[in-house]
Design a protein around this ligand. Structure first.
Ligand code: NDP
Length: 464
Protein backbone atom coordinates (compact mmCIF):
# COMPACT_ATOMS: atom_id res chain seq x y z
CA UNK A 1 0.00 0.00 0.00
CA UNK A 2 1.31 3.47 -0.84
CA UNK A 3 0.39 6.66 0.97
CA UNK A 4 -1.82 8.66 -1.37
CA UNK A 5 -3.62 11.11 0.85
CA UNK A 6 -4.11 13.66 -1.88
CA UNK A 7 -5.67 11.37 -4.45
CA UNK A 8 -9.26 12.20 -5.27
CA UNK A 9 -12.17 9.87 -4.59
CA UNK A 10 -12.26 9.08 -8.32
CA UNK A 11 -8.60 8.13 -8.65
CA UNK A 12 -8.50 5.53 -5.86
CA UNK A 13 -5.46 3.29 -5.25
CA UNK A 14 -5.50 -0.50 -5.61
CA UNK A 15 -6.15 -0.72 -1.86
CA UNK A 16 -9.26 1.46 -2.19
CA UNK A 17 -10.42 -0.38 -5.30
CA UNK A 18 -10.09 -3.78 -3.59
CA UNK A 19 -11.86 -2.58 -0.46
CA UNK A 20 -14.66 -0.95 -2.42
CA UNK A 21 -15.01 -4.04 -4.63
CA UNK A 22 -15.77 -6.16 -1.58
CA UNK A 23 -18.07 -3.53 -0.08
CA UNK A 24 -19.95 -3.12 -3.36
CA UNK A 25 -20.45 -6.87 -3.70
CA UNK A 26 -21.93 -6.95 -0.19
CA UNK A 27 -24.16 -3.87 -0.74
CA UNK A 28 -24.87 -3.84 -4.47
CA UNK A 29 -28.00 -1.68 -4.36
CA UNK A 30 -26.75 1.09 -2.09
CA UNK A 31 -25.13 3.77 -4.31
CA UNK A 32 -25.35 6.61 -1.78
CA UNK A 33 -23.80 4.51 0.97
CA UNK A 34 -21.01 3.34 -1.34
CA UNK A 35 -20.35 6.95 -2.40
CA UNK A 36 -19.98 8.05 1.22
CA UNK A 37 -17.80 5.04 2.08
CA UNK A 38 -15.48 5.51 -0.91
CA UNK A 39 -14.80 9.09 0.12
CA UNK A 40 -13.82 8.12 3.66
CA UNK A 41 -11.78 5.05 2.67
CA UNK A 42 -9.84 7.13 0.13
CA UNK A 43 -9.07 9.77 2.74
CA UNK A 44 -7.97 7.40 5.50
CA UNK A 45 -5.78 5.07 3.44
CA UNK A 46 -2.73 7.12 4.42
CA UNK A 47 -3.63 6.74 8.11
CA UNK A 48 -3.40 2.95 7.79
CA UNK A 49 0.32 3.23 7.10
CA UNK A 50 0.94 5.29 10.20
CA UNK A 51 -1.24 3.12 12.43
CA UNK A 52 -0.87 -0.54 11.41
CA UNK A 53 -3.07 -1.55 14.35
CA UNK A 54 -6.04 -0.28 12.32
CA UNK A 55 -5.29 -2.81 9.59
CA UNK A 56 -4.64 -5.61 12.10
CA UNK A 57 -7.92 -4.82 13.83
CA UNK A 58 -9.74 -4.61 10.46
CA UNK A 59 -11.11 -1.24 11.54
CA UNK A 60 -12.23 -0.33 8.02
CA UNK A 61 -14.08 -3.61 7.55
CA UNK A 62 -15.83 -3.11 10.87
CA UNK A 63 -16.57 0.60 10.58
CA UNK A 64 -18.54 0.25 7.33
CA UNK A 65 -20.90 -2.29 8.90
CA UNK A 66 -23.71 -0.84 11.07
CA UNK A 67 -23.71 -2.29 14.57
CA UNK A 68 -27.46 -2.79 14.23
CA UNK A 69 -30.23 -1.88 11.75
CA UNK A 70 -34.00 -2.11 12.18
CA UNK A 71 -36.72 -2.02 9.59
CA UNK A 72 -40.34 -1.97 10.66
CA UNK A 73 -43.93 -1.59 9.52
CA UNK A 74 -45.66 1.74 10.27
CA UNK A 75 -49.44 1.41 9.81
CA UNK A 76 -51.65 4.50 10.23
CA UNK A 77 -55.11 5.74 9.31
CA UNK A 78 -55.65 8.77 7.06
CA UNK A 79 -58.42 11.35 7.38
CA UNK A 80 -60.60 9.39 4.95
CA UNK A 81 -60.41 6.36 7.26
CA UNK A 82 -58.14 4.40 4.92
CA UNK A 83 -55.39 2.24 6.38
CA UNK A 84 -51.95 3.23 5.07
CA UNK A 85 -48.59 1.61 5.62
CA UNK A 86 -45.04 2.95 5.42
CA UNK A 87 -41.62 1.51 6.09
CA UNK A 88 -39.66 2.74 9.10
CA UNK A 89 -35.94 2.33 9.83
CA UNK A 90 -33.30 3.00 12.43
CA UNK A 91 -29.62 2.41 11.68
CA UNK A 92 -27.45 2.24 14.81
CA UNK A 93 -24.15 2.64 13.04
CA UNK A 94 -21.40 3.08 15.61
CA UNK A 95 -21.36 3.57 19.38
CA UNK A 96 -17.59 3.55 19.99
CA UNK A 97 -17.50 7.10 21.39
CA UNK A 98 -21.05 7.53 22.74
CA UNK A 99 -24.73 6.69 22.35
CA UNK A 100 -26.01 6.56 18.76
CA UNK A 101 -27.03 10.05 17.68
CA UNK A 102 -28.50 11.23 14.39
CA UNK A 103 -31.71 12.46 12.83
CA UNK A 104 -34.91 10.95 11.49
CA UNK A 105 -35.88 11.74 7.90
CA UNK A 106 -39.46 11.49 6.60
CA UNK A 107 -39.37 11.70 2.81
CA UNK A 108 -40.66 9.43 0.02
CA UNK A 109 -37.09 8.81 -1.20
CA UNK A 110 -35.97 7.28 2.12
CA UNK A 111 -34.45 3.83 1.73
CA UNK A 112 -31.71 1.73 3.32
CA UNK A 113 -28.95 3.16 1.11
CA UNK A 114 -29.77 6.76 1.97
CA UNK A 115 -30.05 6.08 5.69
CA UNK A 116 -26.82 4.06 5.73
CA UNK A 117 -24.97 6.88 3.98
CA UNK A 118 -26.39 9.39 6.44
CA UNK A 119 -25.62 7.17 9.45
CA UNK A 120 -22.08 6.51 8.22
CA UNK A 121 -21.40 10.23 7.70
CA UNK A 122 -22.85 10.92 11.13
CA UNK A 123 -20.22 8.72 12.82
CA UNK A 124 -17.36 10.98 11.68
CA UNK A 125 -19.32 14.22 12.01
CA UNK A 126 -20.18 13.47 15.62
CA UNK A 127 -16.58 12.57 16.33
CA UNK A 128 -15.45 15.95 14.94
CA UNK A 129 -17.75 17.83 17.34
CA UNK A 130 -15.50 16.64 20.22
CA UNK A 131 -18.67 15.55 22.09
CA UNK A 132 -19.32 11.94 23.21
CA UNK A 133 -21.80 10.88 20.53
CA UNK A 134 -21.86 7.80 18.29
CA UNK A 135 -23.57 7.79 14.90
CA UNK A 136 -27.03 6.73 13.78
CA UNK A 137 -29.83 7.70 11.41
CA UNK A 138 -33.41 6.69 10.76
CA UNK A 139 -36.68 7.65 9.20
CA UNK A 140 -39.47 6.50 6.96
CA UNK A 141 -40.62 6.73 3.35
CA UNK A 142 -43.56 8.81 4.59
CA UNK A 143 -44.25 12.16 2.95
CA UNK A 144 -45.58 14.72 5.45
CA UNK A 145 -46.22 17.16 2.58
CA UNK A 146 -49.94 17.63 1.96
CA UNK A 147 -50.93 15.64 5.08
CA UNK A 148 -53.15 17.13 7.78
CA UNK A 149 -51.80 17.65 11.30
CA UNK A 150 -53.94 14.71 12.44
CA UNK A 151 -52.46 12.41 9.82
CA UNK A 152 -48.92 13.47 10.70
CA UNK A 153 -49.68 12.90 14.40
CA UNK A 154 -51.06 9.42 13.84
CA UNK A 155 -48.10 8.51 11.66
CA UNK A 156 -45.60 9.80 14.25
CA UNK A 157 -47.36 7.90 17.03
CA UNK A 158 -47.31 4.67 15.07
CA UNK A 159 -43.64 5.20 14.15
CA UNK A 160 -42.70 5.76 17.80
CA UNK A 161 -44.79 2.80 19.01
CA UNK A 162 -42.07 0.61 17.46
CA UNK A 163 -39.00 2.86 17.67
CA UNK A 164 -39.36 3.39 21.44
CA UNK A 165 -38.03 -0.08 22.28
CA UNK A 166 -34.71 0.65 20.54
CA UNK A 167 -33.87 4.14 21.86
CA UNK A 168 -33.05 5.72 25.22
CA UNK A 169 -31.13 8.67 26.67
CA UNK A 170 -27.97 6.55 27.06
CA UNK A 171 -28.59 4.27 24.09
CA UNK A 172 -29.78 6.08 20.99
CA UNK A 173 -31.06 9.66 20.77
CA UNK A 174 -32.68 10.59 17.42
CA UNK A 175 -33.35 14.16 16.20
CA UNK A 176 -34.99 15.82 13.19
CA UNK A 177 -33.90 15.94 9.55
CA UNK A 178 -35.75 16.51 6.26
CA UNK A 179 -39.50 16.34 6.93
CA UNK A 180 -39.04 16.08 10.69
CA UNK A 181 -39.28 19.43 12.44
CA UNK A 182 -40.62 20.59 15.80
CA UNK A 183 -44.16 19.35 15.04
CA UNK A 184 -43.05 15.78 14.32
CA UNK A 185 -40.58 15.73 17.24
CA UNK A 186 -43.43 16.84 19.52
CA UNK A 187 -45.79 14.08 18.42
CA UNK A 188 -43.09 11.42 18.72
CA UNK A 189 -41.94 12.65 22.14
CA UNK A 190 -45.53 12.64 23.41
CA UNK A 191 -46.02 9.06 22.31
CA UNK A 192 -42.73 7.91 23.88
CA UNK A 193 -43.65 9.61 27.15
CA UNK A 194 -47.05 7.95 27.19
CA UNK A 195 -45.79 4.44 26.40
CA UNK A 196 -42.87 4.48 28.84
CA UNK A 197 -44.22 6.86 31.49
CA UNK A 198 -40.87 8.67 31.55
CA UNK A 199 -39.89 12.24 30.71
CA UNK A 200 -36.34 11.81 29.44
CA UNK A 201 -34.15 13.17 26.68
CA UNK A 202 -34.76 10.52 24.04
CA UNK A 203 -35.15 13.01 21.19
CA UNK A 204 -33.38 16.32 20.57
CA UNK A 205 -34.90 19.29 18.80
CA UNK A 206 -37.55 19.43 21.53
CA UNK A 207 -39.58 22.58 22.23
CA UNK A 208 -38.06 25.00 24.75
CA UNK A 209 -40.88 24.38 27.21
CA UNK A 210 -40.24 20.62 27.26
CA UNK A 211 -36.51 20.08 27.40
CA UNK A 212 -35.20 21.73 24.24
CA UNK A 213 -32.16 23.96 23.86
CA UNK A 214 -31.99 27.54 22.71
CA UNK A 215 -30.23 27.86 19.32
CA UNK A 216 -31.01 24.25 18.30
CA UNK A 217 -33.19 25.36 15.35
CA UNK A 218 -30.51 27.83 14.26
CA UNK A 219 -27.50 25.60 14.90
CA UNK A 220 -26.90 23.84 11.58
CA UNK A 221 -27.27 26.98 9.48
CA UNK A 222 -25.33 29.21 11.87
CA UNK A 223 -22.62 26.58 12.23
CA UNK A 224 -22.26 26.20 8.48
CA UNK A 225 -21.71 29.95 8.13
CA UNK A 226 -19.28 30.00 11.08
CA UNK A 227 -17.29 27.26 9.37
CA UNK A 228 -17.29 29.30 6.14
CA UNK A 229 -16.15 32.39 8.07
CA UNK A 230 -13.20 30.39 9.42
CA UNK A 231 -12.34 29.21 5.90
CA UNK A 232 -12.51 32.81 4.61
CA UNK A 233 -10.29 33.94 7.49
CA UNK A 234 -7.49 31.65 6.23
CA UNK A 235 -7.36 34.05 3.26
CA UNK A 236 -7.75 37.16 5.37
CA UNK A 237 -11.35 37.69 4.20
CA UNK A 238 -14.80 38.12 5.80
CA UNK A 239 -18.41 37.86 4.60
CA UNK A 240 -18.67 41.62 4.13
CA UNK A 241 -20.00 42.30 0.63
CA UNK A 242 -20.03 38.64 -0.48
CA UNK A 243 -22.82 37.40 -2.75
CA UNK A 244 -24.07 33.97 -1.70
CA UNK A 245 -26.20 31.21 -3.22
CA UNK A 246 -28.32 29.16 -0.83
CA UNK A 247 -30.41 26.16 -1.91
CA UNK A 248 -33.39 24.81 -0.01
CA UNK A 249 -35.71 26.91 2.12
CA UNK A 250 -36.15 24.66 5.14
CA UNK A 251 -34.52 24.73 8.54
CA UNK A 252 -30.88 24.73 7.45
CA UNK A 253 -31.35 27.20 4.59
CA UNK A 254 -33.32 29.67 6.71
CA UNK A 255 -30.71 30.06 9.43
CA UNK A 256 -27.87 30.02 6.92
CA UNK A 257 -29.45 33.10 5.34
CA UNK A 258 -29.95 34.74 8.74
CA UNK A 259 -26.29 34.36 9.73
CA UNK A 260 -24.93 35.40 6.31
CA UNK A 261 -27.02 38.58 6.60
CA UNK A 262 -25.70 39.15 10.15
CA UNK A 263 -22.13 38.93 8.89
CA UNK A 264 -22.63 41.37 6.01
CA UNK A 265 -23.18 39.01 3.07
CA UNK A 266 -26.08 38.99 0.59
CA UNK A 267 -28.13 35.88 -0.33
CA UNK A 268 -29.65 35.94 -3.82
CA UNK A 269 -31.20 32.46 -4.22
CA UNK A 270 -33.44 29.98 -2.38
CA UNK A 271 -35.19 26.85 -3.61
CA UNK A 272 -37.51 23.95 -2.86
CA UNK A 273 -38.41 20.82 -4.77
CA UNK A 274 -40.59 22.91 -7.15
CA UNK A 275 -37.86 25.31 -8.33
CA UNK A 276 -35.73 28.26 -7.25
CA UNK A 277 -35.91 32.02 -6.88
CA UNK A 278 -33.37 34.71 -7.78
CA UNK A 279 -33.56 37.96 -5.85
CA UNK A 280 -30.76 40.31 -6.91
CA UNK A 281 -31.64 42.72 -4.09
CA UNK A 282 -30.92 40.00 -1.55
CA UNK A 283 -33.11 38.05 0.88
CA UNK A 284 -32.95 40.58 3.72
CA UNK A 285 -34.24 40.08 7.27
CA UNK A 286 -37.78 41.14 6.42
CA UNK A 287 -38.01 38.82 3.41
CA UNK A 288 -36.49 36.00 5.44
CA UNK A 289 -39.21 36.46 8.08
CA UNK A 290 -41.76 36.10 5.33
CA UNK A 291 -40.07 32.91 4.05
CA UNK A 292 -40.02 31.44 7.56
CA UNK A 293 -43.71 32.17 7.96
CA UNK A 294 -44.45 30.69 4.52
CA UNK A 295 -42.47 27.51 5.10
CA UNK A 296 -42.90 26.89 8.82
CA UNK A 297 -46.51 28.00 9.34
CA UNK A 298 -48.22 27.54 5.98
CA UNK A 299 -45.99 24.87 4.43
CA UNK A 300 -46.17 26.96 1.23
CA UNK A 301 -44.02 26.86 -1.93
CA UNK A 302 -41.00 29.04 -2.72
CA UNK A 303 -42.73 30.02 -5.97
CA UNK A 304 -44.89 32.37 -3.86
CA UNK A 305 -41.78 34.44 -3.03
CA UNK A 306 -41.74 35.90 -6.55
CA UNK A 307 -45.42 36.87 -6.23
CA UNK A 308 -44.79 38.58 -2.90
CA UNK A 309 -41.57 40.34 -4.00
CA UNK A 310 -42.00 41.25 -7.68
CA UNK A 311 -38.31 42.09 -8.22
CA UNK A 312 -37.53 38.41 -7.71
CA UNK A 313 -37.74 35.74 -10.44
CA UNK A 314 -39.03 32.19 -10.02
CA UNK A 315 -37.64 29.35 -12.15
CA UNK A 316 -39.46 26.01 -12.17
CA UNK A 317 -37.44 22.88 -11.60
CA UNK A 318 -36.46 21.35 -14.93
CA UNK A 319 -35.22 17.78 -14.64
CA UNK A 320 -34.65 17.51 -18.39
CA UNK A 321 -31.52 19.71 -18.07
CA UNK A 322 -28.16 18.15 -17.17
CA UNK A 323 -27.60 20.89 -14.60
CA UNK A 324 -29.44 23.19 -12.20
CA UNK A 325 -29.30 26.78 -13.54
CA UNK A 326 -29.41 28.10 -9.98
CA UNK A 327 -25.76 27.06 -9.64
CA UNK A 328 -24.88 29.27 -12.66
CA UNK A 329 -25.78 32.52 -10.90
CA UNK A 330 -22.74 34.78 -10.44
CA UNK A 331 -21.61 34.72 -6.80
CA UNK A 332 -18.71 34.34 -4.37
CA UNK A 333 -20.00 31.62 -2.03
CA UNK A 334 -22.45 28.69 -2.23
CA UNK A 335 -24.34 26.97 0.58
CA UNK A 336 -26.13 23.84 -0.68
CA UNK A 337 -28.76 23.27 2.03
CA UNK A 338 -31.44 21.04 0.47
CA UNK A 339 -30.49 17.41 -0.15
CA UNK A 340 -27.87 14.86 -1.26
CA UNK A 341 -26.24 15.03 -4.71
CA UNK A 342 -27.90 18.34 -5.61
CA UNK A 343 -24.63 19.60 -7.18
CA UNK A 344 -23.40 17.44 -10.05
CA UNK A 345 -20.22 17.72 -12.14
CA UNK A 346 -21.74 20.29 -14.54
CA UNK A 347 -23.07 22.38 -11.66
CA UNK A 348 -19.65 22.33 -9.98
CA UNK A 349 -17.97 23.57 -13.16
CA UNK A 350 -20.64 26.25 -13.56
CA UNK A 351 -20.17 27.42 -9.97
CA UNK A 352 -16.42 27.80 -10.49
CA UNK A 353 -16.95 29.49 -13.85
CA UNK A 354 -19.24 32.06 -12.28
CA UNK A 355 -16.87 33.12 -9.56
CA UNK A 356 -17.71 30.87 -6.60
CA UNK A 357 -14.59 30.14 -4.54
CA UNK A 358 -16.20 28.97 -1.29
CA UNK A 359 -18.66 26.09 -0.86
CA UNK A 360 -19.88 25.24 2.64
CA UNK A 361 -22.23 22.26 2.75
CA UNK A 362 -25.32 22.60 4.97
CA UNK A 363 -27.01 19.57 3.43
CA UNK A 364 -25.54 16.09 3.78
CA UNK A 365 -23.40 15.01 0.80
CA UNK A 366 -24.94 17.62 -1.54
CA UNK A 367 -22.05 17.28 -4.02
CA UNK A 368 -21.57 14.17 -6.15
CA UNK A 369 -18.13 12.54 -5.99
CA UNK A 370 -17.06 14.21 -9.24
CA UNK A 371 -18.39 17.60 -8.14
CA UNK A 372 -16.45 17.23 -4.91
CA UNK A 373 -13.24 16.40 -6.79
CA UNK A 374 -13.84 19.40 -9.06
CA UNK A 375 -13.89 21.71 -6.03
CA UNK A 376 -10.87 20.09 -4.39
CA UNK A 377 -8.84 20.08 -7.62
CA UNK A 378 -9.66 23.77 -8.17
CA UNK A 379 -8.24 24.57 -4.72
CA UNK A 380 -11.28 26.56 -3.57
CA UNK A 381 -12.41 26.76 0.04
CA UNK A 382 -14.56 23.64 0.13
CA UNK A 383 -16.09 22.66 3.47
CA UNK A 384 -17.61 19.16 3.26
CA UNK A 385 -20.86 18.44 5.05
CA UNK A 386 -19.53 16.31 7.86
CA UNK A 387 -17.47 19.27 9.06
CA UNK A 388 -19.52 22.27 7.90
CA UNK A 389 -22.96 21.11 9.06
CA UNK A 390 -21.89 19.54 12.37
CA UNK A 391 -23.26 22.51 14.33
CA UNK A 392 -26.73 20.98 14.48
CA UNK A 393 -25.65 17.79 16.15
CA UNK A 394 -23.25 19.72 18.38
CA UNK A 395 -26.14 21.71 19.83
CA UNK A 396 -28.13 18.49 20.07
CA UNK A 397 -25.25 17.31 22.26
CA UNK A 398 -25.70 20.46 24.35
CA UNK A 399 -29.42 19.70 24.58
CA UNK A 400 -28.57 16.24 25.97
CA UNK A 401 -26.17 17.78 28.50
CA UNK A 402 -28.73 20.36 29.64
CA UNK A 403 -31.47 17.71 29.87
CA UNK A 404 -29.39 15.43 32.07
CA UNK A 405 -28.46 18.35 34.33
CA UNK A 406 -32.08 19.55 34.30
CA UNK A 407 -31.07 23.15 33.55
CA UNK A 408 -31.02 25.58 30.64
CA UNK A 409 -28.15 27.57 29.19
CA UNK A 410 -28.77 31.07 27.83
CA UNK A 411 -28.94 31.84 24.12
CA UNK A 412 -25.58 33.63 24.21
CA UNK A 413 -23.97 30.74 26.07
CA UNK A 414 -25.15 28.13 23.55
CA UNK A 415 -24.18 30.32 20.59
CA UNK A 416 -20.72 30.96 22.05
CA UNK A 417 -20.19 27.22 22.59
CA UNK A 418 -21.37 26.52 19.03
CA UNK A 419 -18.91 29.09 17.70
CA UNK A 420 -16.06 27.45 19.64
CA UNK A 421 -16.98 23.96 18.40
CA UNK A 422 -17.13 25.07 14.75
CA UNK A 423 -13.69 26.66 15.09
CA UNK A 424 -12.38 23.52 16.72
CA UNK A 425 -13.73 21.42 13.82
CA UNK A 426 -12.09 23.82 11.37
CA UNK A 427 -8.76 23.54 13.20
CA UNK A 428 -8.97 19.74 13.35
CA UNK A 429 -9.56 19.59 9.57
CA UNK A 430 -6.70 21.96 8.80
CA UNK A 431 -4.27 20.19 11.13
CA UNK A 432 -5.11 16.66 9.94
CA UNK A 433 -4.81 17.69 6.29
CA UNK A 434 -1.44 19.26 7.01
CA UNK A 435 -0.20 16.22 8.95
CA UNK A 436 -0.99 13.95 6.01
CA UNK A 437 0.49 16.21 3.36
CA UNK A 438 -2.66 17.62 1.78
CA UNK A 439 -2.84 21.12 3.19
CA UNK A 440 -6.07 22.97 2.42
CA UNK A 441 -7.98 19.75 1.63
CA UNK A 442 -10.88 19.87 4.09
CA UNK A 443 -12.33 16.60 2.75
CA UNK A 444 -9.32 14.54 3.76
CA UNK A 445 -8.87 16.65 6.88
CA UNK A 446 -12.43 16.03 8.11
CA UNK A 447 -12.42 12.33 7.28
CA UNK A 448 -9.05 11.67 8.91
CA UNK A 449 -9.73 13.69 12.07
CA UNK A 450 -13.19 12.15 12.51
CA UNK A 451 -11.98 8.62 11.78
CA UNK A 452 -8.94 8.48 14.09
CA UNK A 453 -10.90 9.17 17.26
CA UNK A 454 -13.49 6.49 16.48
CA UNK A 455 -10.87 3.98 15.34
CA UNK A 456 -8.82 4.45 18.52
CA UNK A 457 -11.93 3.89 20.64
CA UNK A 458 -12.78 0.74 18.66
CA UNK A 459 -9.27 -0.65 19.16
CA UNK A 460 -9.44 0.11 22.91
CA UNK A 461 -12.80 -1.65 23.26
CA UNK A 462 -11.71 -4.88 21.60
CA UNK A 463 -13.44 -6.85 18.89
CA UNK A 464 -17.12 -6.23 19.63
P1 NDP B 1 -36.18 20.66 5.74
O1 NDP B 1 -37.16 19.57 5.53
O2 NDP B 1 -36.45 21.71 6.75
O3 NDP B 1 -35.90 21.41 4.35
C1 NDP B 1 -35.44 20.70 3.25
C2 NDP B 1 -35.40 21.65 2.06
O4 NDP B 1 -34.78 21.01 0.96
C3 NDP B 1 -36.79 22.07 1.58
O5 NDP B 1 -36.72 23.34 0.99
C4 NDP B 1 -37.09 20.99 0.51
O6 NDP B 1 -38.03 21.40 -0.46
C5 NDP B 1 -35.72 20.83 -0.12
N1 NDP B 1 -35.58 19.49 -0.68
C6 NDP B 1 -35.63 18.32 0.01
N2 NDP B 1 -35.48 17.28 -0.84
C7 NDP B 1 -35.35 17.83 -2.07
C8 NDP B 1 -35.17 17.28 -3.35
N3 NDP B 1 -35.08 15.96 -3.55
N4 NDP B 1 -35.05 18.15 -4.41
C9 NDP B 1 -35.12 19.49 -4.20
N5 NDP B 1 -35.31 20.06 -3.01
C10 NDP B 1 -35.42 19.24 -1.96
O7 NDP B 1 -34.79 19.92 6.02
P2 NDP B 1 -33.47 20.50 6.69
O8 NDP B 1 -33.31 21.93 6.33
O9 NDP B 1 -33.47 20.09 8.11
O10 NDP B 1 -32.37 19.61 5.97
C11 NDP B 1 -31.74 20.01 4.75
C12 NDP B 1 -30.45 19.25 4.58
O11 NDP B 1 -29.58 19.53 5.70
C13 NDP B 1 -30.58 17.73 4.54
O12 NDP B 1 -29.57 17.20 3.70
C14 NDP B 1 -30.28 17.31 5.97
O13 NDP B 1 -29.82 15.97 6.06
C15 NDP B 1 -29.17 18.29 6.30
N6 NDP B 1 -28.93 18.51 7.71
C16 NDP B 1 -29.92 18.97 8.53
C17 NDP B 1 -29.66 19.20 9.86
C18 NDP B 1 -30.66 19.82 10.77
O14 NDP B 1 -30.27 20.18 11.88
N7 NDP B 1 -31.90 20.01 10.36
C19 NDP B 1 -28.35 18.84 10.45
C20 NDP B 1 -27.35 18.45 9.48
C21 NDP B 1 -27.67 18.26 8.18
P3 NDP B 1 -39.54 20.81 -0.35
O15 NDP B 1 -40.13 21.43 0.87
O16 NDP B 1 -40.19 21.23 -1.63
O17 NDP B 1 -39.39 19.32 -0.24
Amino acid sequence: MTTTCCTSARAGSQFVKDFMGTLTAANPHEPEFLQAAQEVVTSVEAVMEKKPQYLQGNILGRIVEPERAFQFRVPWVNDAGEVKVNRGYRIEFNSAIGPYKGGLRFHPTVNLSILKFLGFEQVFKNSLTTLPMGGGKGGADFNPKGKSDGEVMRFCQSFMSELFRHIGPDTDVPAGDIGVGSREIGYMFGEYKKITNTFVGILTGRGLEWGGSLIRPEATGYGCVYFAADMLATRGETFEGKTCLVSGSGNVAQYTVEKINDLGGKVVTLSDSGGWIFDGDGVDAEKLDWVMHLKNNHRGRIEEYAQQFPNAEFHSRNDSLDHNPMWSVKADCAFPSATQNEINAVDATNLLGNGVYLVSEGANMPSTAIAQDTFVDAGILYGPAKAANAGGVAVSGFEMAQASQRLYWTRDEVDARLRIIMSSIHTQCVDAAKEFGCEGNYVHGANIAGFVKVADAMIAQGIV
